[in-house]
Design a protein around this ligand. Structure first.
Ligand code: CDP
Ligand code: MG
Length: 671
């Protein structure tokens, strides 16, 4: 088979799927819906779509093959790989589509995309007429969007008999998929796995990051050749770990062999992402430090050692408090997938940085599907726009909790997206056109009324890259903090973000300017892309792009119109959220940390040790005494297990004296 001999995999690697090509194609011809089960790395994602492309029975050039991925990085990297294998330029016959980035053309036959993108395509094409095959890949991840796709695709398959549906999954849950799709047959690709020895720590680790670094170095010095894969929870941790590893290797100098340290996480630029797949130089050892993207979505060849601290960041929504919390946990099923990564090419070893007892007694068996632990506002708005009014009877594989559904409806009603009968309003229809959360789209639409769409678009774009705007290298903390302080303007963090962007525009989008001001150029470039995309959509929803000029009051009003659910009021030392009476705190990074306005609006809540509204910065007020507004926050991590949690590195930032706008708000905002 020609695909068995690609440059990078070398010729010794024979993917488990190759011998089944004909059987598989026959099964697909015979059945409309097929569930495909195979170990990670067997070739499901990269090979099956190629088989389909080459098969005239299954695929006419007029229609596309769509393959969904739960993660952006996976969609991009897999598309790049397949373009390379098939010898085409990425974006031509093989492309990808992720939010705010469309890398496809008229010639595209095979499109990798995030599950969220395919979901949005239902808005423009409710029967997915341009597809001949839809592959819902990584189905076992059970993301919210994948779950909704299950229901919608099962429905359209009934009247589109020409549509082929493939549900691909790692070896988990396949019986349930089959059962949901009216007993669709399951095609099993037999796996080849080498044994993996699992080691536990005797006692819990106090600092798992440090423990990871030490383990990698120990493996490097004492163990036979073979690459190493470390699982951490997010960008900050991964970067810290990579830095620590590099620093310690530098100190050991020529006493040890070369260690090639490579990070992989969602926001990593694609040229850097590609590096994890390049072959390890002779004599060296590669260590890939990854989020759980490397659990099943991406397969890196040559891994023999896996280090698993036993955490992943999982969002969970509390319908009672209306808060999204990122919890650290790891189900046993994921821990086992991680261990499996060590046994793909030879017998391997997995080092679990937790005790055998913790594995047995503290970890859940499997992941709770996202639909049961997330805010549904977005999806409810989308389903309503598709004309699906009766959400209670929607064909969910696992239905969401009733109260989350009700809360989503309530919130959409408050935002004016639904009327009192639960029907979509004109506002709701326009909101659904924007590929962002309902509160953010409401903010953007409200900017029309307040004549500040120019500024609000910028703020929306900056919020979407959040977190990664300011650069704070450890050795230049003071400079970085000073630079950041120079951007402070009265009125909170949203306005600070606006200020940063505007100054960057004035610099002519300069890289040098970013460098001098400790701003991450890549994040800014991404913000500009997002902004361009959003601006392009403004025409569609008929919002004129105008500037409020120097006046920040209209901007604050627009923000409030979207985020009034996120109002908090100063109370004994902290803040209390208006809607749920939760005690929260302004993050030390916020421009409002010192100021402590009586009222503020946050963007997101982030949990660390304290319930911070991180980056919550902005607040404001309305001179007409009607209502006021402020701040932005960001996502957060709640510490679940004792110890082991990395501290926020951000030190408190001293605020500047700024004239306090007298905030006079009236009590909690009704709807
Ligand atoms: O989807 P599944 O987990 O079954 O496998 P796959 O993603 O199709 O991977 C098949 C093979 O392609 C593995 O050996 C990967 O290491 C390789 N691959 C690669 O080298 N570079 C990529 N960007 C993607 C896959
Ligand atoms: Mg795959």
């Amino acid at each position: 088979h020609k695909n068995g001999q690609t440059k990078e995999t070398g010729n010794n690697l024979y993917l488990p799927i190759f011998p089944f090509r004909e059987d598989l194609l026959r099964a697909i011809t015979q059945h409309q819906i097929l569930v495909i089960e195979g170990e990670t790395g067997s070739g499901k994602t990269t090979q099956i779509p190629q088989y389909l492309m080459e098969d005239v029975r299954l695929h006419s050039r007029r229609n596309e093959i769509g393959c969904t991925q739960p993660r952006r990085v996976a969609a991009m990297s897999v598309a790049a790989r397949v373009a390379e294998e098939t010898g085409v330029k990425l974006g031509n016959e093989v492309g990808y589509s992720i939010r705010f980035e469309d890398c496809t053309s008229e010639r595209t036959v095979l499109k990798y995309m995030t599950d969220g993108m395919l979901l949005r395509e239902f808005l423009t094409e409710p029967d997915l007429a341009s597809y001949s095959v839809v592959i819902i890949d990584e189905a076992h991840e059970r993301t919210l969007h994948t779950d909704i796709l299950f229901g919608l695709i099962k429905d359209i398959a009934r009247f589109r008999s020409d549509l082929k549906v493939l549900v691909a999954s790692a070896t988990l849950d396949t019986e349930r998929f089959s059962c949901f799709f009216d007993d669709a047959p399951v095609f099993r690709i037999p796996g080849r796995r080498f044994p993996v020895d699992i080691f536990y720590t005797k006692a819990p680790e106090a600092d798992y990051l440090e423990a990871c670094v030490v383990s990698v170095l120990q493996i490097h010095v004492t163990q036979a050749p073979g690459d190493c894969l470390v699982f951490l929870t997010g960008q900050e941790e991964i970067e810290a770990c990579c830095e620590m590893l590099q620093e310690r290797c530098r100190r050991l100098g020529s006493k040890i062999a070369e260690l090639v340290v490579l990070p992989i996480y969602a926001n990593l630029p694609s040229d850097m992402q590609a590096k994890i797949f390049s072959p390890t130089p002779p004599g060296a050892r590669k260590v890939v430090v990854a989020t759980n993207i490397a659990e099943t979505s991406l397969t890196i060849d040559g891994i023999i050692y896996v280090i698993d601290p036993g955490f992943c960041k999982q969002k969970s929504y509390n319908a009672r408090t209306g808060m999204d919390v990122f919890a650290l946990s790891l189900p046993q099923a994921s821990a086992n997938q991680r261990a499996g990564r060590a046994g793909r090419v030879a017998a391997g070893k997995c080092f679990r940085l937790y005790t055998a007892w913790a594995f047995k007694h503290e970890m859940e068996e499997t992941t709770i599907p996202e639909i049961q632990r997330t805010n549904l506002g977005n999806v409810v708005l989308l389903l309503k726009s598709l004309g699906i009014n009766d959400l209670i009877h929607f064909d969910f594989m696992d239905p969401p909790p009733h109260e989350t559904l009700v809360l989503a409806l309530e919130q959409l009603y408050a935002l004016g997206a639904l009327n009192h009968l639960g029907e979509l309003t004109k506002m709701g229809r326009r909101m659904a056109e924007l590929p962002v959360d309902p509160m953010l789209s409401k903010m953007i639409l409200a900017s029309e009324q307040y004549k500040c769409s120019e500024e609000v678009l910028t703020i929306a774009a900056m919020l979407s890259v959040n977190n990664s705007i300011f650069y704070r290298p450890k050795d230049k903390v003071v400079h970085a903090d000073n630079a950041r302080m120079n951007f402070t303007v009265p009125g909170g963090d949203h306005l600070v973000l606006l200020n940063v962007y505007n100054q960057w525009v004035e610099s002519g989008f300069s890289t040098q300017w970013c460098y001098e001001n400790f701003i991450q150029f890549r994040s800014m470039r991404r913000a500009r892309d997002v902004r361009d995309q959003l601006e392009g959509l403004m025409e569609r929803i008929e919002v004129e792009v105008v500037s409020s000029l120097e006046d920040s009051v209209p901007i604050r009003k627009a923000i409030t119109a979207g985020y009034f659910y996120h109002t908090a009021r100063l109370s004994k030392g902290g803040y209390k959220t208006v809607k749920h009476q939760q005690t929260v705190y302004v993050h030390p990074n916020s421009s409002l940390f010192e100021e402590q306005p009586r009222w503020l609006i946050y963007h997101e809540l982030v949990f660390t040790t304290k319930e911070f509204m991180r980056q919550v910065p902005m607040f404001v007020c309305d001179r007409d005494r009607q209502r006021l507004v402020a701040g932005s926050g960001s996502s957060l991590l709640q510490e679940q297990r004792a110890g082991g949690q990395q501290q926020q590195e951000d030190a408190p930032q001293t605020g500047q004296d700024q004239g306090r706008a007298g905030i006079e708000a009236q009590g909690g905002h009704g709807q």
